[in-house]
Design a binder for this molecule. Structure first.
Ligand SMILES: [Zn+2]
Length: 868
């Protein structure tokens, strides 16, 4: 391979010389062990080093670092193709953009571009960090593509531009590798990770795909929807380890109606190509059409479907990081006798199974169409995972190369078809009128669309549509655009199609989120336009955050009133409190007394944060003096994603807080340190007992215990505020106790189920927790709880802060047994002694999505700093 020789001079010390030609070392030479060797892992910094070596050694490889991760590690995109293509990547990117936004480009004119374009394939690895295999696989994959001159590799390089993200969460790769290295070979080899493997989102990091809040999400969405518009997107995961060895598409029903059927067919084509490659190698346990549905926007690869791209998933059975697992063997076609040891055990209970013991034999051993050769048990190692991933990945690379024309043409045609659909059928557009209740939230919604390739317009003049007049400046999302399906899907209400196990069979309940409508979640008014209309519109290049209105007063001004309809008012309030200003907080706004330099500062914040500020001659009535509350956020020994999201949100809105762990609570005297303690959504059992098993490191066992519960109760009695989200509310209501009970307690899943929908809720906006909110809001209900009054005991009094209606509950998604929520209390405040417990039963801050209900949390925090 003489063409490599020129570039290798740059790093001669790190290259191995073979037969006189300098080449890239194999991953084994580089690491000192074969990838997937039991109990050995390559850490992210070394992966980065290897990718850079590959780029230096081969003109087929380029490594780019579009940014740093949350914890400051390099985030890499490795581009791989033949050297001629690599020398001309800019031109290929331009062609991709032209096909992504074809406008009225007719097919005969598009012909030369379609002919010259390469198939663009994006593969992301290791977003879930304990699913470590793909990060190790990436080295062998790159080595072979960089060095081999076989017909297969030549075919791939000729036809494909391959974008490889060796880890979509490098921070987590480091966390997991270090934790594993610390414990491997000790009695704690199976001790679970004590922190979230993404600083704020943990395993939820793929759920951030459309909301795009985290650094890594923004980087990958930028690559996908601003730079490359790949035709095919594969995300490589790992799953549980008791059954099938690998999932490949097609996905399971139901299908989302906004996605074009051609996308599903191409998913099947390429999914089966991966399955065929695995079976070609004789690998058992390849399964399709199970568990993972074609319904929701639950990850980056899925989002590709609504962008007319093929979106693929692989899920390989897991080892215990790099420790092999053993499984008892079964016989083909003969399910093991006796009762299923896992029957009736939920996900949480399955995690309590001793990982050091062999797994029970597989029970699903009957060959069938979507599982032609079942897995029958045995030993399973990290190397097996890598082998399966390599087989699936090469199967895909070959199929993408062989189907280049089909993939390129389909993407172009689908994009044109969506434009056509938007021109000739309803809805024609969505209009976001001005003014909005929370203008920065409305702008953020439009930014989310823009960041993912949606074109956003603004009205240059007032116009009429659907029988209503809209002023100039209103935003419009026209449906006549290539990524129409994506915009429509995020803007409209979801209606989940009920699945039944056969005709007349039992309802198959969805296992995950069914409704995500962003205008509802974010409290933004967005009007669907069902008839054609005329308007003078200008396409926006970017969506600026709207400045607020600032009205300075005369010299005699006593102070300023900050309107608190926008969430950013809470942020402005935190800045005022931090700066030591005299603040009074009331139902009609935040009043701050005049001080030298204040007006200039407020004017700047008003512009920056989009909050309206007005001079006031006198303070408005009813305000209460406010100081900065001393806040604590509880963190158990075992990581909880909702705690991470809550922490992220507190930081975004500049709430100062302290993280407290079980011993801090048990030590008592909490009022000396804090005014408010927040507990994120976590089961009561896990809060009180924590983890207690012999394979977990001793220092990570246990929870709050009775002493912790008593200390929290004392904290409230002495005047503290305890703010509980979701299931953590069960701790105070059942253990303090409070005169409330869980309205859903004891209901079986077939009686009530709501795994992720949007529900109508009424808010008491005369209570501090509801200040600044409208009377009706949308609640994200994600397997949450609700309350009803229980017999009074002691001195506690309850006030409902939010309540579900008695009918028309569901706004988007699916719910089974809605009557169990009718008229129930959604959020409540219970006084106890001198303090109070704020119980937020639904997911007010779920994955940082429902901007429309953040205030219930923010206001509850500020209320803890309010004078009586
Ligand atoms: Zn995963």
């Amino acid at each position: 391979m003489p063409k490599f020789a020129i570039r290798t001079v740059a790093v001669p010390l790190l290259l191995v010389s073979l037969a006189g030609a300098a080449t890239l070392p194999t991953p084994e030479q580089f690491a000192g062990f074969r990838m997937g060797t039991d109990k050995k892992l390559v850490r992210w910094d070394r992966i980065v080093e290897y990718m850079r070596l590959a780029a230096a050694a081969s003109p087929r490889i380029r490594v780019e670092e579009p940014g740093k991760t949350t914890n400051g590690h390099p985030f890499l995109v490795v581009t791989i193709s033949d050297s001629a293509t690599m020398a001309d990547l800019g031109r290929y990117r331009q062609m991709q953009r032209r096909l992504a936004y074809p406008g009225d480009l007719p097919e005969p004119e598009a012909g030369p571009i379609l002919e010259r374009s390469k198939a663009v394939l994006l593969i992301t690895c290791n977003i879930h960090s304990t699913e470590i295999g793909a990060s190790q696989m990436a080295l062998e994959l790159v080595h072979r593509l960089a060095t081999e001159d076989s017909p297969l590799v030549g075919h791939i390089l000729d036809n494909v531009i391959f974008l490889l993200v060796p880890s979509l969460n490098p921070d987590g790769q480091v966390i997991v590798t270090d934790w594993y290295a610390k414990n491997a070979g000790t009695p704690w080899e199976h001790s679970p990770l004590p922190e979230l493997y993404h600083k704020y989102t943990g395993h939820d990091n793929n759920r951030d795909a459309f909301m795009n809040t985290q650094v890594e999400s923004r980087l990958i969405n930028q690559v996908t929807y601003k730079e490359w518009f790949p035709h095919v997107f594969l995300d490589e995961h790992q799953m549980g380890n008791s059954g099938a060895r690998i999932f490949v598409p097609p996905f399971k029903n139901p299908v989302n109606p906004n996605v074009d059927p051609l996308v599903w067919q191409l998913n099947g084509l390429l999914g089966y190509a991966m399955g065929a490659a695995l079976n070609d190698r004789g690998y058992a346990g390849v399964i399709s059409d199970v568990q993972y549905t074609s319904w929701w926007q639950g990850g980056f690869l899925m989002q590709a479907w609504w962008h007319n791209m093929v979106g693929l998933l692989t899920e390989v059975a897991s080892a215990w990081v790099a420790t092999p697992v053993e499984q008892l063997r079964a016989r083909l076609g003969e399910p093991p006798g006796g009762p299923d040891p896992d029957a009736g055990r939920g996900r949480e209970q399955l995690q309590t199974r001793d990982p050091r013991r062999p797994l029970p034999a597989p029970r699903d051993v009957t060959p069938r169409n979507n599982y032609p050769r079942p897995w029958l048990g045995g030993r399973w190692t990290l190397r097996d995972i890598i082998d399966y991933e390599l087989a699936a990945t090469y199967g895909l690379l070959e199929a993408v190369a062989s189907n280049r024309r089909l993939l390129v043409r389909s993407f172009y045609r689908l994009n044109r078809k969506q434009i056509e659909l938007g021109r000739k059928e309803a809805p024609y557009a969505w209009v976001m009128p001005r003014p909005q209740h929370d203008p920065p939230a409305a702008a953020r919604l439009l930014q989310i669309l823009d960041e993912q390739g949606v074109e956003v317009q603004q009205a240059a003049e007032g116009f009429a549509a659907g029988g209503r007049n809209y002023p100039a400046g209103s935003h419009v999302v026209l449906m006549a655009q290539p990524f129409r399906a994506f915009a429509k899907d995020l803007l409209e209400k979801q209606t989940y199609p009920v699945q039944r196990a056969g005709p007349g069979g039992a309802v198959e309940r969805p296992y995950d989120v069914t409704g995500w409508t962003l205008p509802l979640q974010m409290g933004v008014e967005a009007v669907e336009i069902a008839k054609p209309f005329e308007a003078k519109l200008e396409q926006l290049k970017s969506i600026p955050a709207p400045p607020g209105r600032f009205e300075s007063g005369a010299k005699s001004t006593a102070g300023y009133v900050i309107a608190h309809n926008a969430n950013n008012a809470s942020l402005a309030l935190n800045r005022l409190l931090k700066a030591g200003h005299e603040v009074a907080w009331g139902r009609s706004g935040i009043f701050v007394r005049t001080k030298a330099g204040l007006a200039t500062q407020l004017e700047e914040w008003s512009r920056q944060l989009g909050v309206d500020i007005q001079a006031a001659a006198t303070p408005p009535g009813g305000g209460r003096k406010l100081r900065a509350p001393r806040l604590a956020l509880y963190q158990s020994w075992m990581p909880v994603m909702d705690e991470g999201w809550t922490r992220w949100l507190l930081e975004q809105y500049e709430f100062p807080y302290v993280t407290i762990r079980p011993p801090d609570v048990k030590a008592g005297s909490l009022n000396k340190r804090f005014d408010a303690i927040v507990m994120a959504d976590q089961s009561k059992d896990s809060l009180i007992k924590g983890v207690d098993n012999e394979w977990t490191r001793p220092e990570l066992r246990g929870g709050l215990g009775p002493e912790g519960v008593a200390a929290l109760k004392e904290f409230v009695r002495n005047g503290g505020s305890l703010i509980t989200l979701g299931h953590s509310s069960l701790l105070p209501i059942e253990e303090f106790p409070l005169p409330l009970k869980n309205a859903l307690k004891g209901l079986r899943p077939e009686q009530f189920s709501c795994p992720g929908s949007i529900l109508k809720v009424f808010v008491d906006n005369t209570a501090p927790a509801g200040w600044g909110m409208r009377e009706q809001a949308s609640a994200v209900f994600y397997n949450d709880i609700a309350f009803e009054p229980a017999a009074a005991l002691g001195d506690s009094a309850v006030r409902a802060l939010a309540r579900y209606p008695s009918s028309d509950l569901l706004q988007s998604g699916w719910i089974g047994g809605p009557e169990h929520l009718h008229d129930r209390i959604a959020a409540a405040e219970a006084t106890l002694g001198k303090g109070r417990v704020i119980l937020l039963g639904f997911s007010v801050q779920h994955r940082a999505q429902p901007h429309g209900t953040f205030k219930l949390l923010f206001n509850s925090l500020h209320a803890a700093g309010m004078s009586d």
